[in-house]
Ligand binder design. Structure first.
Ligand SMILES: [Fe+2]
Length: 148
């Protein structure tokens, strides 16, 4: 594996770990959210975790394309993730703040990866993260509008 790829794989495994924690956080919110807007929120979190599962797969497969091995143990995800696992889910719309928080953390990591890959001429990784930056910004705009 090229030296640059090794460093990229390390960074991608960090994002993969964050994404796995975010995935479980969204499932936790889907299960435990309560309040008047239950139906809307329960459905929304399902959409979010389903989409996150696809992103997890894309990142893991990018690691494989670069010649690396994606982390695949829960223990490794917890050790590497910067995103905190959700323990308590606030009632109703308040729970959206957790999602905003998680997506903001992902967004800053996506930006870091995108810049790093672009610097190294790794077009495939840069493009993947450009797309993720755009879709996450859109989600944050919608979530923040709901909370406004
Ligand atoms: Fe369900």
């Amino acid at each position: 594996m090229k030296a640059n790829n090794e460093k990229t794989v390390e960074k991608l495994n960090q994002v993969l770990s964050d994404l796995q924690v975010v995935y479980q956080n969204l499932r936790t919110m889907h299960w435990l959210v309560k309040g008047e807007q239950f139906f809307m929120l329960h459905k929304l979190y399902e959409e979010f975790y389903t989409e996150t599962a696809e992103t997890v797969d894309e990142v893991a497969e990018r690691i494989l394309m670069l010649g690396g091995t994606p982390l695949h143990q829960f223990a490794d995800y917890l050790k590497n993730a910067r995103v905190e696992p959700v323990v308590e889910v606030p009632k109703g719309k308040e729970s959206l703040k957790l999602a905003v928080n998680n997506y903001n953390q992902l967004l800053s990591t996506y930006r870091e990866l995108n810049a790093y890959a672009a610097e190294n001429g790794d077009e495939g990784t840069a493009a993947l993260f450009s797309e993720l930056i755009g879709s996450t910004e859109k989600k944050l705009w919608m979530l923040n509008s709901t909370l406004a």
